[in-house]
Ligand binder design. Structure first.
Ligand SMILES: NC(=O)c1ccc[n+]([C@@H]2O[C@H](COP(=O)([O-])OP(=O)(O)OC[C@H]3O[C@@H](n4cnc5c(N)ncnc54)[C@H](O)[C@@H]3O)[C@@H](O)[C@H]2O)c1
Length: 262
């Protein structure tokens, strides 16, 4: 019996990066996964990887920041798989670096929409279903950039900090009804989101320095994130609720003191 055998799951932003890797991992552990995102072609690629391995997935095109579209996604999951037990609210975005005094309200609103509103809608819709139907696990995707300055753009960091508080708030809102809410806080991980940084380092011959300030001395891989998502989705984390879990090679435990000399 697999750890997530038969459990209905939704993953947003499942057409790429951490979302794709996590959907594949959840399905490999027995979950039946509805892949949600804005681009049908990339979702179909993820679905084809999962079904080629003999696991179960379907896709649903929706904007994770649109409540009506996401309600339709949840309804589709319930119709397909008979419920909803796992929701990985992974969809998120970053913006481009700009001097603080040149930043716009519109850019900040965009960051809040893609990172906070998506997570709020996930908690509202998945939580609403789960508390009435025996419970479940909601996992939000925050960032180590939420913990202090300069882990991303200012608006991105502030938006992810809001996701952290939402994790705690929602866990309390669902208290006593077997519905857990936790967040992963990824460190620097190569995906479409961070490709420009990795490309820049490669161009300068400095790829080996990516992630070197972490105690693990390497950047994150999407599989590192997917493993923790599967843990939080499973009963192995049954007593973990309202927690912000850095998955960052240890960078959040250090001060920026330079090279490791031990
Ligand atoms: N890569 C990193 O270093 C890193 C670090 C910390 C946190 N994260 C977080 O991980 C999550 C996944 O990002 P990734 O690194 O895999 O990058 P990615 O660009 O590969 O994936 C993000 C996905 O979210 C989708 N998305 C964004 N807004 C959406 C919306 N409104 N509706 C539906 N889909 C939407 C995108 O289309 C994309 O498929 C994000 O929330 C990101 O903030 C990433």
């Amino acid at each position: 019996m697999k750890r997530l055998e038969g459990r209905p799951a939704i993953v947003t932003g499942a057409g790429s990066g951490i979302g794709r890797a996590s959907a594949i991992r959840l399905a490999s552990e027995g979950a039946r996964v509805l892949l949600v995102g804005r681009t049908e072609a990339t979702l179909a690629e993820t679905r084809d990887i999962i079904t080629a391995a003999g696991d179960v997935a379907e896709l649903f095109v929706a904007d994770a920041a649109d409540e009506t579209q996401m309600r339709a996604a949840v309804d589709r999951c319930i119709a397909l798989y008979g419920g909803l037990k796992i929701f990985f609210a992974n969809a998120g975005n970053t913006d481009s670096v700009k001097p603080f005094l040149e930043q716009t309200v519109e850019a900040w609103e965009g960051m809040y929409r893609d990172n906070v509103i998506t997570a709020f809608i996930a908690c509202k819709l998945a939580g609403g279903h789960m508390i009435e139907n025996g419970g479940g696990s909601i996992i939000l995707n925050s960032s180590t950039g939420s913990l202090r300055a300069r882990g991303g753009t200012e608006a991105y960091g502030a938006a992810k900090a809001a996701v952290n508080n939402l994790t705690q708030t929602a866990a309390c809102a669902f208290a006593g009804r077997n519905t857990r809410v936790n967040a992963i806080l990824p460190g620097l991980t190569e995906t479409g989101l961070t490709k420009p940084m990795f490309d820049w380092a490669r161009d300068k011959g400095k790829e080996g320095r990516m992630g070197k300030l972490t105690p693990m001395q390497r950047p994150g891989y999407v599989a590192d994130m997917a493993g923790v998502v599967a843990f939080l989705a499973s009963d192995d984390s049954a007593y973990v609720d309202g927690q912000l879990l850095p998955v960052d090679g240890g960078i959040s435990c250090t001060h920026p003191a330079g090279r490791f000399v031990y």
